[in-house]
Design a protein. Sequence first.
Length: 484
Amino acid sequence: MKFLDYAPAPESQALLNLKSDYGLFINGEFTAGRGTPFQTINPATEQQIAMIATANEADVDAAVSAARRAYNGVWSRLSGSDRGKYLFRIARLVQERARELAVAETLDNGKPIKETRDVDIPLVAAWFFYYAGWADKLDHAGVGPNPSSLGVAAQVIPWNFPLMMLAWKIAPALAAGNTVVLKPAETTSLTALLFAEILQQADLPAGVVNIITGDGSTGQALVNHPGVNKVAFTGSTSVGRAIARSVAGTDKKLSLELGGKGANIVFDDAPIDQAVEGIVRGIFFNQGHVCCAGSRLLVQESIHDDVIDRLKRRMQTLRLGDPLDKNTDIGAINSAEQLARIRELSDLGQQEGAERWSADCEIPENGFWFAPTIFTNVSTSHRIARDEIFGPVLSVLTFRTPAEAIAKANNTPYGLSAGIWSDKGSRILAIADKLRAGVIWANTFNQFDPSSPFGGYKESGYGREGGRHGLAAYLKPAVRSGSR
Ligand code: TAP
């Protein structure tokens, strides 16, 4: 393979034994892409980690053809329990290589090692274990007896939880008997290619999973490919809309997981210190690069000052810096583009009259960083209360009555997540019933479990991932005899 000249980042290469360049993973083998390779960098240092191949249309076609051959030749003929064995094997290999995957994910994405180590990678393994158990129980997936797989699934994922999003996509697709072509995000393709090595270790039949890297045009070529039966996309609402348009009029099945502007609602009877922890977890976990982040705090007026005081004190204790340091709470912003967007929206918040406050922290000289920030005096018309910032920036609004809390929480084009903090279970249930959000946490925030369906309403997309609902997205009902 030929790639561009570059100066490698020696410490990361040595630590992980990373290669200097990575090809596409098609039909069980790594192969050079026909497009121009691109560099993947460590957003905490701006140093190059490796060069990654770009798939052009011919490569996309080769990947879809490989997936089709694998579907017809092997995967659709295997019993559910045999498919499950492969998934169990993949889950165990992820556990065996957990440390390496955590470090690689942190290097390539910028998120703190304590998150990749304790959240991302364990959840990747959990997703494969969970769906391994489902592979021979598809009759109970909710689409009737003897459901069929769809065929070849095209899956396009974002950069905020690279391996976790990959697991959310690949595990149910394979369990349901589909084969896959997956395109990771351009800035975080590395760990998907390490995962491809795991597929080789697991002896997964060639072509069952193909991983093609590149920019948005590679993703576009994949979802538009006529050989694809299912498109599963996680990413921005704007790209999701474009994909929905391109899939319209075809028989491709589509699921979309898009953006969010989650409300974290704190009532005056809530345990305040716990709520403050939940607010921090809601917006500063993964630098706020979380579609279901609690990016709008709705706090009852009577406790506003107390909550904000305690929140600011807690924010002063957050450590921003080297993502590989296990004491780091706030890592790097994933890319220069994302940092520019966070800065732009935050500056706009100030111009619109909201009050800005950031924790004091030293910002490293290189890399992309943004101090944890809150805006108070925010009104529902402010852009920072409406637009997804996708960064460590919290917009604080107040409410007096439960009805006002519900109205403000629902006053968004999105409908992905919400949190409710209250001492009263009955209040939590009553409010949850009226929120238009696919996921609602009670006295906690940003907790994930493979058995729990996840997805949105309104402009947050449609379809669910996780649980049996996640399987149903990759199945169709059996054709009954006598019907056509
Ligand atoms: P996008 O820019 O939408 O990119 C997502 C993926 O789509 C990337 O792999 C991207 O490739 C690819 N892509 C770009 N243009 C495409 C096109 N025209 N056709 C097909 N694929 C295309 O989103 P992002 O910036 O990576 O991720 C952030 C967004 O994802 C946020 O809005 C966030 O809320 C959302 N998100 C949602 C969820 C759920 S579960 N709802 C989870 C995580 C993230 P490149 O990277 O090469 O551009």
